[in-house]
Write a protein that binds this ligand. Structure first.
Ligand code: DHB
Length: 398
């Protein structure tokens, strides 16, 4: 057997996306060692287009813990969104309703800031590894085995292991099936996402309900925009020319106010399939799951990254009490505390999705009921406050 190069640390983290890197950063601020491995290269992660909205607390977490203040310079505070239905836009005023904003700052930038911060602190983060396996997860010395980017066999032994390895998590599958419950909901549609070279079409994000299905007009920069429209999960991106995409988007947002989208060259086209998923509990022995490894939400409302950051904030806190305060019982709090927010976000994402999308086989009654709900949300303070509070992020429990 070839010899493995052995290193030891306190917390071994599988997954170097925002959840894994933020956890490593928070632990290091508390004086706790960690090591992170990811089978993607840094460039691969940086080139994946992901969602773009941060809750107010996610922004504060990045700034207050010293990850980056770039979000304050390059990000944009959005004090509301437009809900558009029946061809008319209605503003939901977050700032006026709950005193908070949501921030437009792409997940890719969050990743870049975190990767830079970890590099600056000389953290042990290894991208581009292969053959990753976790071992001895119920023992007090679990391990991560992998081959590093230079082809050397490596073994990291730790006290605690964290699976922050995304929705197709390898770590989750290490938990025996009898020890986890999984909750699913599939949706009979997907999003067709584009990036395009164009100026903003509207000052804020537009969530658009129409007879032809949902459309979301989001933003990236002054000159690049992100838009999505509801499509079939098996939609072939090759069947959509630029002209056909713009016709579809323009038809969906058209209305008596004459609103039209500013068009431009399309540089990226992807179909995003989505589902709701939760795995409970988020712990087995000394293995903890965080972020997409434990749960996924449909994208409407952009809760995915925010939930991942909220998970690791709780996880860092209980690990700190376990490691530094020798309080192992603190670890029992992780799953129930994280799950409270996860199920709120599951409801919010499901609610936004089902209120705004065309449901296959929907009757006229169903469509009128959606419009009734949208009307209530924009015209009642109670309805719009629920949306504003959920979108900008529920306050953290004390
Ligand atoms: C974006 C994605 C979302 O799912 C959303 O609700 C808002 C914005 C985005 O990628 O910009």
């Amino acid at each position: 057997m070839p010899q493995r190069n052995l290193t030891t640390t306190t917390v071994g983290i599988v997954g170097g996306g925002p959840a894994g890197l933020m956890l490593s950063h928070l632990l290091s601020a508390a004086g706790i060692d960690s090591a992170v491995v990811d089978n993607r290269t840094r460039t691969e992660i940086e080139n994946t287009v992901r969602a773009g909205i941060l809750e107010a607390d996610s922004v504060r977490l990045l700034v207050d813990t010293g990850v980056s203040d770039r979000v304050l310079r390059d990000g944009h505070a959005h004090d509301g969104i437009e809900l558009r239905f029946g061809g008319v836009s209605h503003r939901v005023d977050f700032k006026g309703l709950v005193g908070e904003s949501a921030w437009l700052y792409p997940q890719t930038d969050v990743f870049i800031d975190l990767a830079n911060a970890r590099q600056r602190d000389a953290a042990d983060v290894r991208f581009g590894v292969t053959d990753t396996a976790v071992v001895d997860i119920t023992s007090d010395r679990p391990g991560i085995l992998f081959t590093d980017a230079d082809g050397a066999l490596q073994e990291i032994r730790c006290d605690y292991l964290v699976g922050a390895d995304g929705s197709r998590s390898m770590c989750r599958h290490e938990i025996p099936e009898a020890q986890r419950r999984q909750f699913f909901r599939e949706y009979p549609f997907a999003w067709f996402g584009i990036l395009c070279e164009a100026p903003h079409s509207a000052p804020e994000l537009v969530y658009n309900h129409s007879a032809r299905g949902f459309a979301l007009i989001s933003q990236r920069t002054e000159t690049m925009q992100r838009m999505y429209f509801q499509c079939d999960p098996d939609e072939d991106v090759g069947a959509w020319s630029e002209g056909r995409i713009w016709d579809e988007l323009q038809t969906r947002v058209a209305g008596e106010d004459g609103f039209t989208l500013k068009e431009g060259r399309i540089t990226d086209k992807t179909v995003l399939r989505f589902r709701s998923f939760v795995c409970e509990p988020m712990r087995y022995g000394n293995l903890f799951l965080a972020g997409d490894a434990a749960h996924t939400v449909p994208p409407t409302g952009a809760k995915g990254l925010n939930l991942a950051l909220a998970d690791v904030r709780v996880l860092a806190e209980v690990l700190e009490r376990a490691v530094l305060g020798h309080d192992r019982a603190a670890l029992d709090e992780y799953s129930p505390r994280a799950q409270q927010r996860i199920w709120r976000a599951q409801h919010f994402s499901y609610w936004m999705t089902s209120m705004l999308h065309r449901l296959p086989g929907a009757s006229d009654f169903d469509v009128r009921r959606q419009l009734g709900e949208l009307d209530l949300v924009v015209s009642s303070a109670a309805g719009s406050t629920y949306l504003a509070e959920a979108y900008t992020g529920w306050p953290r429990p004390r």
